[in-house]
Design a protein around this ligand. Structure first.
Ligand code: ZN
Length: 398
């Protein structure tokens, strides 16, 4: 019916009908004839950068209102095969941003294991014990070996002695790790071979930061209906559609069983566990008091459901941790590039009630074409989220 209205408007005003929208089925030549000067036909999606015409308040938050512990960063990547450490930035440049942004401590989650871990700790944590803390990672490359369960639990003890403050479990578990090589079966998140490791974590008071699954759109075809089309187009290897991958919910449920089976272990579910489904996350939080969540790389999700998110922060204020998933010079992921701009967006999201702003320092919203709304958290909640909850789990004073 739209074409009728357009034709009517064109007739009445003499203005080009094509200016009123796209999708009309009239012949292309007629469309071109009536297109206003400057309007492009078939504008490619990647070139579309609409500027918001909304006159909304814009707050600058250059420093967090309270000292921050960022529980989720990647200062290093350690090659799981040879434990070679890649430092993603210099200590000096990282500290300079921390001082400007009121960041007391950064936690480097991907500290590796074995000799890699020792090097990471020596480089970051030992010279600056108040500013940098390092987590260890399981030896994935040995997970199919006999006696792995016992070996891995002992390695956690060794990592603790080497200075590691917690354990990081990448989404490797559930989505990449396979028994017996790339053609093997995917190892399940709740596979019993890891039970001694989860128990060792509890015995040593080492929290487990665990990333399981990914946004639901990553499990769907990369087509015109996918709300993360551009993100998946840029990173097709992030897609878990098809093949033998479990569903998002199966992965979540497997992690929930682990959390339930090890009530003395503190689990930090990274990326808000399942940020697109706060009702489900709330059920898990109600069921498992040993579960906390972290918000890294998910303010795009929280901020597009600000009313539900705010209720979530109110209810679970003692178990939500500040994190960014920041990677120094991680330019391929604009929502994670370590630096002033990134922290200012997180602070603005948590502290202000600004409306409709970008969740990442990027030309085009990298995780989906929407904008976010600030939560304007009360001071008491801010303090807990910025550092109180993390300090308690890490056993440190701020
Ligand atoms: Zn991460």
């Amino acid at each position: 019916m739209r074409w009728k209205r357009r034709d009517w408007l064109a007739g009445v005003s003499g203005v080009a009908a094509a200016a009123l929208g796209t999708g009309c089925s009239r012949p292309a030549s007629k469309e071109a004839e009536s297109r206003p000067a400057g309007a492009q036909p078939g504008l490619p999606l990647e070139q579309y950068e609409p500027k918001s015409m909304l006159h909304a308040a814009e707050s600058k938050v250059p420093r967090a209102r309270f000292p921050v512990i960022d529980i989720h960063t990647h200062l290093t990547f350690v090659n799981p095969k040879d434990q070679k450490v890649k430092h993603n930035g210099s200590v000096e440049e990282i500290l300079a941003v921390m001082d400007r942004k009121n960041i007391r401590t950064l936690v480097d989650l991907t500290g590796g294991c074995g000799d890699g871990l020792k090097e990471t700790v020596a480089h970051w944590q030992t010279p600056h014990p108040d500013r940098f803390l390092v987590f260890t990672e399981p030896w994935w490359s040995r997970a199919s070996e006999p006696n792995y369960a016992q070996f891995q639990a002992e390695e956690i003890q060794k990592a603790h002695q080497a200075g590691a403050k917690g354990i990081k479990v990448l989404k490797t578990l559930g989505l990449y790790l396979r028994d017996g090589g790339p053609e093997g079966k995917l190892v399940k998140v709740d596979d019993p071979r890891f039970d001694p490791m989860w128990e060792a974590a509890a015995a040593l008071n080492m929290p487990v930061a665990i990333h399981t699954s990914d946004p639901e759109a990553f499990f769907l075809p990369i087509d015109r209906y996918n709300e993360r089309y551009e993100e998946l187009h840029a990173h097709p290897d992030w897609s878990f559609y098809g093949k033998d991958f479990p569903s998002n919910r199966e992965l979540q449920e497997a992690r929930a069983r682990v959390i339930g089976r090890h009530p003395k272990t503190q689990f930090i579910a990274l990326h808000v566990a399942d940020a697109e489904d706060l009702r489900y996350v709330s059920e898990l939080m109600d069921k498992y008091p040993n579960m906390s969540v972290e918000i890294g790389a998910r303010i795009g999700e929280l901020g597009r459901q600000p009313r539900a998110a705010r209720k979530f922060f109110d209810k679970y204020q003692d178990r939500i941790l500040f994190g960014t998933d920041a990677v120094p010079h991680g330019d391929a992921y604009p929502q994670q590039v370590y630096g002033d701009l990134l922290y200012e967006i997180y602070y603005r999201f948590l502290e202000t009630e600004d409306e409709y702003f970008d969740y990442a320092p990027a030309r085009i919203p990298p995780q989906g074409r929407w904008r976010i709304y600030g939560l304007g958290l009360a001071e008491g909640i801010l303090k807990k989220v910025y550092h109180g909850n993390a300090a308690r789990l890490l056993g440190i004073k701020v």
